[in-house]
Ligand binder design. Structure first.
Ligand code: FAD
Length: 392
């Protein structure tokens, strides 16, 4: 029988890996992708949807082209992995055997991370950190804010998916409020003393949204937070504020199936940089946010880059095809205001120890409007490119 690769999770890591193995092995390897949703909404550009720059349909993608490209797409949840028997069990019943298993389940939230919040409160206080209905809910709440109301965000501790994501979101919320609700306020309680592209965001906030955004870092009590979803209050360092919208982004860990497979240590799954195989099992690979790989940020770009390295290695292991040395790259773009894009990025290589940064770049403060517009346009090109790379 043909070798069988099972991929769990059809996001930035999993969809890319499934597509590349099916495409490059030209039918020599059977590939199954297990993903519960029929439409995958990208978290990337979901902030632009909240800011009014995209429609929800612009960020939704289906799996039909992957299926037509030879990937067996199964819409179900993987609920267990038996590594001795090399099988994956499905919520809908039955199980599937594999020669190689690739897990790219993204993130789940650490329970009890924000006092007063749990997943049952996500309708009153959305996270919008898995895109789709949560993004639509947060946007609806933003649009329903009374004039002069308060939008609060509880930002997450490191490490989490998309380091600039919360701050791009603050920018997009401010962009919406500036046009529609100019006396409204934004408060951010942050458990960290600093954040990704901080100088660029703070410059952009001062230039475009003067006085609207109050960022409270851990040096100022931003790490002493609790919420009350029933009363719609946020307590920051003992000071209780009544708010109209509260976006709680809790601490994160690897998607639960990685834990169930027994390949995590603490919150994440340690992997070997050369091929993304787990330290726990050479036939189980973990990609993207769920992996603990070294220097790369948890991003869609990173997950896609890791997936190509993994697909090449898995195909090599199963068919004897040539395996190229692992090279990785990442860029995280953020939109601060209309045509005002900034970016940070790096290239990486595999060492015995980890994915190690080779060199990097970041936008400068004080750049011209032309440069910022070109950076934003680059991000549009990246979005079309990565979604075509994932879904065909
Ligand atoms: P995901 O893409 O989340 O895919 C995981 C998939 O696994 C999901 O579809 C899920 O349904 C499925 N799944 C989970 N458990 C199971 C199971 N048990 N069985 C079957 N399927 C399962 N990245 C960028 O590069 N650029 C950006 O501009 C950017 N902006 C962002 C903005 C926001 C607001 C957020 C939240 C994130 C952003 N990111 C961005 C980060 C990016 O979305 C993630 O890093 C990326 O999606 C990670 O890919 P992944 O494959 O690890 O997980």
């Amino acid at each position: 029988a043909k070798a069988h690769v099972v991929v769990v999770g059809g996001g930035a890591g999993g969809a890319t890996a499934a597509r590349y193995i099916a495409k490059d092995s030209k039918g020599e390897v059977a590939v199954t992708l297990i993903e519960p949703t029929r439409t995958y909404y990208t978290c990337f550009f979901s902030n632009l949807y909240i800011g009014g720059f995209k429609n929800i349909d612009d960020i939704g993608h289906s799996y039909g082209t992957l299926a037509a490209g030879g990937v067996n797409v199964v819409h179900d949840w993987a609920v267990g992995v038996d590594r001795a028997a090399k099988t994956v069990s499905l919520a809908g019943g039955g199980s599937m055997s594999y020669d190689k298993l690739i897990l790219s389940p993204g993130i789940d939230f650490v329970e009890g991370a924000v006092e007063g919040w749990d997943i049952s409160a996500q309708n009153a206080m959305p996270h919008a950190y898995k895109a789709g209905s949560q993004s639509e809910l947060l946007k609806a709440q933003l649009m329903a804010m009374p004039q002069g109301g308060t939008f609060a965000m509880v930002a997450p501790p490191n490490p989490y998916r998309c380091p600039p994501g919360p701050y791009e979101r603050v920018s997009m919320v401010a962009h919406y409020l500036k046009a529609n609700n100019p006396t409204a306020k934004i408060i951010v309680a942050d458990p960290k003393p600093k954040f990704s592209k901080m100088a660029l965001f703070q410059e952009g906030w001062a230039d475009n949204y003067d006085g609207m955004i109050d960022w409270v870092g851990s040096d100022f009590g931003g790490d002493v937070v609790s919420v009350d979803p029933g009363a719609m209050t946020v307590s920051i360092d003992g000071e209780v504020t009544k708010v109209d919208v509260c976006n709680v982004i809790p601490a994160m860990k690897a998607g639960r199936i990685a834990e169930l497979a027994g390949v995590t240590e603490g919150n994440w799954a340690p992997v070997n940089a050369a091929d993304m195989s787990t330290k726990a099992d050479p036939d189980v690979y973990v990609l993207g946010d769920a992996s603990q790989q070294g220097d790369m940020p948890k991003s869609g770009f990173s997950a896609n880059s890791q997936a190509k390295v993994c697909a090449n290695a898995v195909r090599g292991a199963l068919t004897g095809s040539k395996v190229f040395p692992a090279r990785f790259s990442n860029t995280c773009w953020s939109l601060i205001d209309t045509n005002n894009g900034v970016k940070v990025g790096a290239t990486y290589e595999a060492t015995d120890e980890k994915i190690a940064k080779v060199d990097g770049f970041i936008s400068a403060t004080g750049e011209s409007a032309e440069v910022r517009k070109a950076t934003y346009e680059e991000s549009e090109g990246w979005y079309s490119g990565i979604t075509a790379d994932m879904f065909g």
